[in-house]
Design a protein around this ligand. Structure first.
Ligand SMILES: *Cc1c(COP(=O)(O)O)cnc(C)c1O
Length: 222
């Protein structure tokens, strides 16, 4: 099936039509992104800064670029002028660097805080203690060039649906809990980025507002 056909099939399965589809185009050639663009996609996700900065000038201006992977602090400056949303903010230090580079670029950058929801050691993200520490710090209130608009999480890589579902449930309940508290002025939690090709339907059932789908649209990556 073509990219366009894949997109139609995927959209049909959405239980929440309001949920944003971020087309994860990492490793894929620009022709594939253009095909998705022509089929109506405006939101593209990349996980490498180099690839993102290479592709950015080759796509129409109204393309929205999502940085979805682990972001190194020393590379924030390359994407700060144009990135639409940074999904994987996994440390306070990184958030501060994003604020610094956003200020230099004279803009505000929207961010999602990545929460460590998976069993695996290898997945990045805050645990609840680290999140509490950041939220109760004085310094968080001084970051005027970032806006934290939600949370992001990646489930354990497993066939066991119950494990995945419980991890997504955990992220949603953390989101709800945070929203009952008084948060810093630069927080406005509306989005939950969870769900990929293999688990986006479960994620939508558990309250996802953004799914990051790659291989189901563009085919497998080598
Ligand atoms: C690659 C990637 C995805 C998309 O994965 P698929 O299984 O191809 O849909 C989603 N989120 C992140 C953070 C990724 O790195």
């Amino acid at each position: 099936m073509s990219i366009k056909e894949n997109l139609i099939v995927i959209k049909k399965t959405f239980s929440n039509t309001e949920c944003l589809l971020v087309a994860v185009s990492k490793t894929k050639p620009i022709e594939d992104l253009k095909e998705a663009y022509d089929a109506g996609v405006r939101d593209f996700g990349e996980n490498k800064v180099q690839e993102l900065t290479d592709k950015y000038p080759q796509m129409p201006e109204d393309t929205r670029w999502h940085m979805i992977g682990h972001l190194q602090r020393n590379k924030v400056k390359y994407i700060a002028p144009f990135v639409h949303l940074i999904h994987g903010v996994d440390s306070f230090k990184l958030l501060k660097e994003i604020n610094k580079q956003a200020k230099k670029a004279e803009r505000t950058i929207d961010c999602l805080i990545q929460i460590h929801i998976a069993k695996e050691e290898s997945k990045f993200g805050f645990d609840e203690k680290e999140l509490d520490e950041m939220l109760s710090s004085e310094e968080i209130n001084t970051l005027q060039n970032i806006k934290v608009i939600g949370l992001m999480g990646m489930a354990t890589f497993t066939e066991k649906e119950e494990i995945i579902r419980n991890e997504f449930k955990g992220l949603k309940s953390l989101f709800d809990k945070l929203n009952t508290n008084k948060l810093p002025a630069n927080f406005d939690l509306k989005e939950i980025s969870m769900g990929m090709s293999g688990d986006y339907l479960i994620a939508q059932e558990e309250g996802s507002t953004m799914v990051r789908i790659g291989s189901a649209i563009f085919g497998g990556r080598s």
